[in-house]
Design a protein around this ligand. Structure first.
Ligand code: FAD
Length: 425
């Protein structure tokens, strides 16, 4: 029987509910949410909690997109570091974004606790330096966070201790962040969907939005029905396609890939990641890994920028895995899968409100587990009348990708290829 989810370690290890009914007929609501990933689910939950009537339309299944396929790292702060943000928007604005970055991780923890979401939540992320210069940068960044931001949960880890923590001598040092976390993202997304329903939202799956009419109020169409709403939230991220061309031009979809090994047994698992933290390196095309609850290594590596995934994803990711852990050459790979995320030019999320009633947040650039969850809460806050925190993101300088919706690729592919070449030098 098909579950409606792609095959992955996550879909094989999560309690998948029966598919929800597709939208049929005509309904009226306060807010129509398009997309059932972290952004849409969190918006639906937070809007319902504030008393709004919400109908969420998901083209496939809740958590089917990047939200149910990702590395599960719940990182502190924003995708850009604080020094870069201070240079980009000034110190006061950068400090506001730092506070929201901390709040985002706290929000994920609170939602998990409040709604009893069983999603293998664990503490700690280790950022490892792939080049000697990166180790110096990490050491400096720890100092900045400790001294100027009063953030005590991070520390610099020297080369020898990094080797002991990871069973590889490949890295030159690391930044340990004890307040960051990692989790099973599909279980988390399914838990958010249940929580949104419990709070009163109506969720429809297999309900792809084909068009949004703005003639008299807002009408959101699927092949089976329509929703008339006062406001619309777009939470489609890398899967937006051409649904709204103004929003689409702010992001570029890219594909990223993960594998899951066979269960490794406790001893080997601890040799690879001594303290059960999640790990990510400092390369432009990031390698990231963590252990699953049953001691598989979940390893993400490699991306592409086309509409197609590599034919053999196991082989595609395995070559990145073996560069880090050659000792796994004989280890069986049980699962491999890919997902599409969206990046922005600035690598900071793109938020906005079109025509005063269509809200969007997207382009979390690989940092969406906490920040897309927060985006849903901030959209609810904005719709409820307080845009001040939503605007901390909406005011960020953004640039559209040159070439518009359909001609963005050639420039992006050239840029990405250049940066991945730098990784190799
Ligand atoms: C392989 C991979 C690894 C990643 N690792 C990490 C990580 O470790 N940590 C981290 O913080 N971030 C990570 N990310 C990024 C993170 O997963 C995303 O930023 C986040 O999930 C975005 O959530 P979202 O709700 O905005 O989008 P999505 O989860 O992609 O959800 C969008 C949903 O919209 C639906 N949709 C699209 N169009 C329509 C339509 N017309 N009608 C109805 N529904 C529609 C789609 O079906 C989809 O379910 C990773 C992403 C990938 C792909």
């Amino acid at each position: 029987m098909t579950t409606g989810y792609i095959d992955s370690y996550y879909s094989a290890s999560a309690p998948l509910p029966a598919q929800r009914d597709a939208l049929s007929g005509s309904v009226e609501t306060d807010v129509a949410v398009v997309g059932g990933g972290f952004t849409g689910l969190s918006a639906a939950l937070h809007l319902s909690r504030r008393g709004y009537r919400v109908v969420l339309l998901e083209a496939e299944r809740a958590g089917w997109g990047a939200s149910g396929r990702n590395g599960g790292h719940v990182g502190i702060g924003q995708r850009r570091d604080q020094a870069e943000l201070e240079a980009l928007v000034g110190e006061e604005h950068a400090r506001g974004l730092w506070a929201l970055g901390l709040e985002a991780v706290g929000l994920v923890r609170d939602l998990i606790a409040d709604h009893g979401i069983d999603c293998d939540l664990k503490r700690g992320i280790l950022h490892v330096a792939a080049k000697p210069a990166h180790a110096e940068e990490l050491r400096e960044y720890c100092r900045l966070l400790q001294q100027r931001y009063g953030y005590g949960a991070t520390r610099y880890v020297d080369r020898e201790e990094t080797r002991q923590m990871l069973g590889t001598g490949r890295y030159h040092g690391a930044q340990l962040d004890r307040d960051a976390a990692h989790l099973h993202p599909l279980k988390y997304a399914l838990g958010l969907a249940r929580a949104a329903e419990k709070a009163g939202a109506t969720l429809h799956e297999a309900s792809r939005v084909t068009r949004i009419d703005r003639a008299e109020g807002l009408t959101v169409h699927t092949s089976g029905g329509e929703v008339r709403a006062k406001r619309v939230v777009l939470g489609c991220n890398g899967y937006l396609g051409g649904l709204d061309k103004r929003v689409a031009g702010m992001i570029m979809p890219i594909n990223n890939f993960i594998l899951a090994t066979e269960p490794l047994g406790g001893e080997l698992a601890r040799e690879l990641i001594r303290d059960d933290v999640a790990v990510a390196d400092t390369l432009f095309v990031i390698n990231y890994w963590k252990l699953s609850a049953d001691n598989r290594l979940l390893f993400g590596g490699g991306e592409n920028y086309t509409r197609r995934f590599p034919r053999d994803i196991k082989a595609f990711v395995r070559k990145y895995l073996l560069r880090v852990y050659p000792q796994l050459a004989d280890t069986r790979i049980d699962y491999a899968w890919g997902g599409t995320l969206a990046v922005t030019m600035s690598r900071m999320p793109s938020y906005g409100c079109l025509d005063g009633n269509v809200y969007y947040a997207q382009g979390f650039s690989g940092h969406g587990v906490p920040t897309a969850t927060l985006a849903g809460a901030l959209i609810a806050e904005a719709i409820d009348g307080d845009r001040s925190r939503f605007d901390l993101f909406a005011r960020l300088p953004t640039r559209r990708f040159p070439g518009g919706t359909y001609l963005r690729w050639p420039g992006l592919v050239a840029g990405m290829a250049w940066h991945s070449l730098l990784d190799k030098l």
